[in-house]
Design a binder for this molecule. Structure first.
Ligand SMILES: Nc1ncnc2c1ncn2[C@@H]1O[C@H](COP(=O)(O)OP(=O)(O)O)[C@@H](O)[C@H]1O
Ligand SMILES: [Mg+2]
Length: 510
C-alpha cells in the first residue's frame, strides 16, 4: 500500500508542492529515500526510524521505499522528516491516511520523537493556503504560520505522539495564534547627535524617498551614529510589506520564536562579508543581506573596505530590486528592494580634506581609497554628503536638536503623498520615489521652467549619465514632497544636484 503526504520544496520564497509517497512491501528489510534528496534529506532515514521507535512504533520487517515527487526537483533541508514519518505511520495504520490528505506537512524530527523547528513555515503556510489546504508544522513555527491566513487549519504538534493522538481524537490540538514581537525597546534618537545639520537633513530626505545615501567624513564625526538612527525616523511596515519581509526572514530561519515585527529591517554586515553572504547563495541558496534588508536598510560601514567584487555584486539587486542566485540546474530569486546607506572615511588614514591636516601620502591616499568604489556603483547613490568633524562649539554648547519623533512625522507625511500618487497610477502604495521607473519619474517630477533650465545647464557642465539625471529628478521629487508641494521647482533641483556633486568630486579625485 502507498501512503501519500504533501510537503514543499523551497525555491526562493516560493513553496513548490512535493508529494511524499511511502510504500511498505515485502522484500529486503530497510528504508530507502529516492527523488533527488540532498544529504540532510538522506539522513532523514535515521531520524525517522529513531523517532518512530521512541514513540512506541516499531519499523515493520519489510522494505520501505520513500519517493519524493516530482523526482527532478532537488530536495534540500531537514523539513522532510515529519512528512516521511507521517507517511510511514499512515502506511502502518497508526494515523488515518485520509485525514492527512487535507494538510501540507513540514518539520524536523529529533531522535526522541519530538518535532523541532524548521525554516520556511510562513511561505509553506502561504502555499498551503493558496491550495486550500491546512498545515502541520512544528510547535515553535505555529505562531509564524498562523499569519498566512486567519482561518486555515493549522496543527503545531510538539511530538509524533501528540499528532497521532490528535488524529485518533484522544487529545485535540487548538490552532496557534499569530504572534507579534513585543513592543520594540527605545531606538537610539537623532537628538543625541550634535551639529551635523546637513547630514541629518540628508538622512531625512533619504528616509522620505527611500534614496541611497553615502556619508563621507573623518573618523569620529558621527557617521555610524547617524546611520544607526535612521530606523527611528522610518515609517513602520505596511501589512503586505510585513509579510514580504517575514517570508525572507522565515526562509533564512531568522524569525525569532516565529514572531513578526513591523519594524523595517536594518542589516549591517561586516566589511569582511563574502559575496554569498551579501547577495545570497552558498548551501541551500540562502537569502543574502540584500534580501534580509528587503523593504529596509542595508548599512555598509567603512564602504571601501568591502571587497570590490562584493561591492559590484550589489549593482544588479540595486537596479532590479531582486537578487538572482544561479544554481547548477536552476535559479533562485529573492526580493531585494533595499535602501543602501554607506559610510566611509575620505582616505585610508581618514583625515584627507580636513582643515589643519595633511595626509602623509598626499592626495594619492584619498584617490586610491575612493577608487575602490567603482563609478557604476557610485552612480547608483543618489545622495552623498560630507560629514565633517563636529566643531568644539557644537560639542560643548550645541543648539537644541530635533528628536526623531518630529522628523519621523515629516517623513511619514512625505511618504503619504507618494503613496497617494503611486496608488492613483495603479502602483503598489509601498512604492517610494527612489523605486519609480525612469519614464514615470519624468512625468511625476517634471520641473518648472527655471528648474528645467538649471537641470539642463548642470547636465551639460557635469556630464551626468542618464541614470544620474533620473536620480536627481527622484531626489528633487522627494524634496518637493517633504514641503508638500506638487511641482518640482528650481530650488529642489538645486539641492538635489548639490548632493550629487560631492560624489562627482570624489570621482574626480580618484
Ligand atoms: N555629532 C556628534 N554628536 C555627539 N556625539 C558624537 C558626534 N559625532 C561623534 N560622536 C561621538 O563619537 C563616537 C564615534 O562616532 P561614530 O559615529 O562611530 O563616528 P564615525 O562612524 O564617523 O567614525 C560616538 O559614539 C559619539 O560618542
Ligand atoms: Mg564609523
Amino acid at each position: 500500500m502507498v501512503a501519500r503526504v504533501r510537503t514543499v520544496a523551497f525555491q526562493g520564497v516560493e513553496a513548490i508542492p512535493v508529494d511524499v509517497q511511502v510504500m511498505v512491501a515485502p522484500g529486503k528489510v530497510g528504508m530507502h529515500i529516492v527523488g533527488l534528496p540532498d544529504k540532510a534529506v538522506a539522513e532523514s532515514r535515521e531520524r525517522v526510524q529513531a523517532a518512530l521507535h521512541a514513540s512506541g512504533l516499531s519499523m515493520p520487517p519489510k522494505k520501505v521505499t520513500v519517493n519524493l515527487a516530482p523526482a527532478d526537483l532537488p530536495k534540500e533541508g531537514s523539513h522532510y522528516d515529519l512528512p516521511i514519518a507521517l507517511g510511514l505511520m499512515a502506511a502502518l495504520g497508526a494515523v488515518p491516511g485520509d485525514a492527512l490528505a487535507d494538510y501540507m506537512v513540514l518539520g524536523e524530527l529529533s531522535l526522541d520523537g519530538t518535532i523541532t523547528a524548521v525554516a520556511g513555515a510562513l511561505p509553506a503556510a502561504m502555499g498551503a493556503n493558496a491550495q486550500e489546504l491546512g498545515l502541520i508544522c512544528p510547535a515553535d513555527c505555529g505562531s509564524e504560520a498562523a499569519w498566512a491566513s486567519g482561518d486555515m487549519p493549522i496543527l503545531a504538534p510538539r511530538s509524533l505522539i501528540q499528532i497521532a493522538n490528535h488524529f485518533r481524537g484522544t487529545q485535540v490540538m487548538s490552532r496557534p495564534e499569530p504572534a507579534v514581537r513585543a513592543a520594540p525597546d527605545q531606538l537610539p534618537d537623532l537628538a543625541e547627535i550634535k551639529g551635523q545639520i546637513v547630514a541629518k537633513r540628508a538622512l531625512e530626505i533619504a528616509a522620505a524617498g527611500g534614496h541611497n545615501l553615502l556619508m563621507v567624513g573623518p573618523p569620529g564625526s558621527g557617521k555610524s551614529m547617524l546611520a544607526q538612527r535612521l530606523p527611528s525616523i522610518l515609517p513602520a511596515l505596511g501589512a503586505r510589506e510585513l509579510l514580504e519581509v517575514s517570508m525572507v526572514a522565515s526562509i533564512a530561519g531568522e524569525l525569532a520564536g516565529g514572531r513578526l515585527s513591523d519594524r523595517r529591517p536594518f542589516r549591517a554586515p561586516h566589511h569582511s562579508a563574502s559575496m554569498a553572504a551579501m547577495v545570497g547563495g552558498g548551501l541551500r541558496a540562502r537569502p543574502g543581506e540584500v534580501s534580509l534588508a528587503h523593504r529596509g536598510i542595508l548599512f555598509l560601514d567603512e564602504f571601501p573596505e568591502f571587497s570590490p567584487v562584493v561591492l559590484d555584486s550589489l549593482r544588479q539587486p540595486l537596479e532590479s530590486g531582486e537578487s538572482v542566485i544561479a544554481r547548477a540546474n536552476h535559479r533562485v530569486t529573492y526580493p531585494a528592494k533595499f535602501q543602501l546607506i554607506a559610510a566611509m572615511n575620505p582616505c585610508r588614514c581618514g583625515m584627507a580634506g580636513e582643515p589643519g591636516h595633511s595626509c602623509a601620502r598626499g592626495p594619492r591616499c584619498a584617490g586610491e581609497y575612493q577608487s575602490r568604489i567603482s563609478a557604476p556603483l557610485m552612480d547608483r547613490i543618489d545622495i552623498r554628503v560630507d560629514v565633517p568633524a563636529v566643531s568644539a562649539a557644537d560639542m560643548i554648547r550645541p543648539n537644541p536638536a530635533e528628536p526623531s519623533a518630529v522628523v519621523k512625522q515629516r517623513v511619514e507625511r512625505a511618504r503619504g503623498l507618494q503613496a497617494e500618487r503611486f496608488q492613483a497610477m495603479g502602483l503598489p502604495a509601498a512604492t517610494v520615489n527612489a523605486q519609480a521607473s525612469a519614464a514615470l519619474i519624468e512625468t511625476i517630477a517634471a520641473p518648472d521652467e527655471a528648474g528645467a533650465r538649471l537641470l539642463r545647464d548642470a547636465a551639460e557642465q557635469m556630464r551626468f549619465s542618464a541614470r544620474a539625471y533620473h536620480r536627481i529628478l527622484k531626489v528633487a521629487r522627494t524634496l518637493a514632497d517633504l514641503e508638500g508641494e506638487e511641482t518640482v521647482r528650481r530650488i529642489h533641483l538645486a539641492e538635489a544636484i548639490s548632493y550629487r556633486i560631492v560624489g562627482e568630486r570624489l570621482q574626480a579625485a580618484a
